[in-house]
Ligand binder design. Structure first.
Ligand code: PLP
Length: 384
């Protein structure tokens, strides 16, 4: 292994004010899963995303779990979800005792294919299973907004709720609206590698006040109004710590700056690969829709060996590793995961092909010029 310092795919990037907010939590002794920073962070998220209500939670996965609870997803129910995603999108369906139904991606955004979604809805309807379908979860992968108009239209025509997994797309917009604010619910994640981080954390947002009030209630063990501990519902311990919410408030101050830097990374890769493609290669970066704005959380490429003189993504990944540069294959679709082998799947091989040929490249908002020099030199030498 190289002695050189590691260049991460995406590492935490503090803006400077986070520590002050954390100190304030200590000074006021709000070291608890509630407090002024939790309220302040929620209000920051509401204002930024143009969504009326936000509940700050311990993770994005927890936010999805609570949303499915609010939608009354239970044993025997079905939840339709994009297959090409991280397991955090799908696991909460199983926590509720329900089963996922996976949908393939389309080529324009790499997200849920509206046509495959429609096929699934028609087929489930014909099988008499429609009453069991409680939610549809599209994902805005690597920051790129999905085809929301089409997905929302199909959901509406079948009367099914839409839960947007915007864990990777905080700050991305679709036709001028922030991802997470388009469906019935939106979920954000503040895990260590996301565009902003609280080390671990998440949020559930909605325009429906009752739902978000109930999400806060469920996230704090569902305590009924009483001087003693009284419970008539099963709750969770899923609230965000006030200390971590302090980090979140600091990170919100630099979110737009981080987005600009990540988009700049993407442009830099565009220039690099257009130089490389002139030498007879055909590397493609993640595409997107004309009226979408992606935060470009991770810059990702696909390289089909047939079009690239036999060079493949594993070759490039391992070559970069020699220089201690981290790159990762695109998400392995959920319908190919052993744990979900029994789940229904609708679609073709779009997601599968993306997984076989795709690679995420270092995309941190804190990459230095010397990091970039190493990345560019190494990638160029792989293709020379
Ligand atoms: C990160 C992520 C999640 C889960 O968020 P956590 O905060 O890590 O629990 C869910 N879905 C997607 C697409 C993610 O990238």
């Amino acid at each position: 292994m190289s002695e050189k310092t590691k260049i991460w795919l995406s590492s935490p990037h503090m803006g400077g004010k986070e520590q002050e907010f954390v100190n304030e939590a200590f000074e006021t002794n709000w070291i608890a899963p509630l407090g002024p920073h939790v309220n302040g962070f929620e209000s920051d998220l509401e204002k930024y995303n143009g969504v009326a209500h936000a509940a700050a939670l311990s993770s994005g996965t927890a936010a999805l779990h609570i949303a499915l609870d609010l939608l009354n997803v239970g044993p025997g129910d079905l939840v339709i979800v994009q297959s090409f995603t991280f397991c955090g999108s799908a696991n909460p369906i199983k926590y509720r005792g329900a089963d996922p139904v996976f949908i393939d991606s389309e080529k324009d955004t790499w997200n849920m294919c509206p046509d495959s979604l429609q096929t699934a809805l028609k087929d489930l309807d014909q099988q008499g299973l429609l009453p069991k379908v409680k939610a549809i979860i599209p994902v805005h992968l690597y920051g790129m907004p999905a085809k929301m108009d089409e997905i929302l239209a199909h959901a509406k025509s079948y009367g099914i709720a839409v839960l947007e997994d915007a864990a990777e797309s905080l700050g991305s917009t679709y036709k001028g609206k922030y991802t997470g604010s388009l469906g019935d619910f939106g979920v954000y994640s503040f895990n260590g590698n996301k565009i902003i981080t609280t080390s671990g954390g998440g949020a559930l947002v909605s325009s429906n006040k009752e739902w978000i009030d109930k999400a806060r209630f469920l996230a704090t063990q569902a305590r009924d109004e009483a001087p003693h501990y009284q419970h008539s519902t099963i709750g969770y311990n899923y609230r965000l710590s006030n200390v971590l919410a302090g980090i979140g408030r600091g990170q919100m101050l630099v979110l737009d700056k981080h987005i600009a830097l990540r988009r700049k990374n993407f442009e830099r890769y565009q220039e690099l690969f257009s130089r490389i493609n002139k030498k007879g290669y055909a590397i493609k970066l993640q595409p997107g829709l004309a009226d979408s704005f992606s935060n470009r959380w991770l810059s990702s490429i696909v390289m089909n060996p047939d079009e690239n003189k036999g060079k493949d993504r594993e070759g490039l990944r391992i070559f970069l590793l020699e220089e201690n540069i981290e790159a990762r294959p695109l998400w392995k679709p959920m319908h190919l995961q052993p744990v979900f082998e029994e789940a229904k799947y609708y679609g073709g091989k779009v997601a599968e092909k993306l997984f076989d040929t795709g690679l995420c490249l270092p995309s941190g908002s804190n990459l230095s010029e010397s990091d970039w020099a190493r990345i560019e030199t190494k990638i160029e030498s792989f293709f020379s």
